[in-house]
Design a binder for this molecule. Sequence first.
Ligand SMILES: [Zn+2]
Length: 167
Amino acid sequence: MSRSPFVLNVADLLGRDAPTRQEVIEAPVDWGIELSTLTPDPPLLAQLQLHPVSGGIAVTGTVEFTTEDSCYRCLAPTTTERSATIGALFDRTEDDESYPLDGHEIDLEQMLRDEVLLSLPLSPSCGDDCPGVVSSAQNDLNTGASGDEDDVRSPFAVLKDLLEPES
Ligand SMILES: [Zn+2]
């Protein structure tokens, strides 16, 4: 079984007076949300600093990646280079604000995935020239001028539901 590129041994950072460590991780991933998916090629590139802090490891840096998006109005495909800023804590507590430090290892995958997906636009657009929503000729013929809007939920509304925690 091949080892995940996101799992790091941080034993050297757990002692007293340990120095900050640099890490560069390059890995193809297929993370995505409704209208945006990361491309495996070029792969995700994370440039990180691992800082020893009391009780754990703080991870900062940036992650660069490319997404294939569908315009939220006309669904035209576009490719966009993006980046996100990383700031996360790994420790041995079990609260929701940090990620687990497991023995001498941290697994950056869930954290990077969270940060990357949160940075994606809810409604990617193909640009100022977007032709807009293409209406269906069949509906126009069958039902006349109005009455269909309530049947179709916008992609934006669907995404909003997906990303917002249940209230
Ligand atoms: Zn468009």
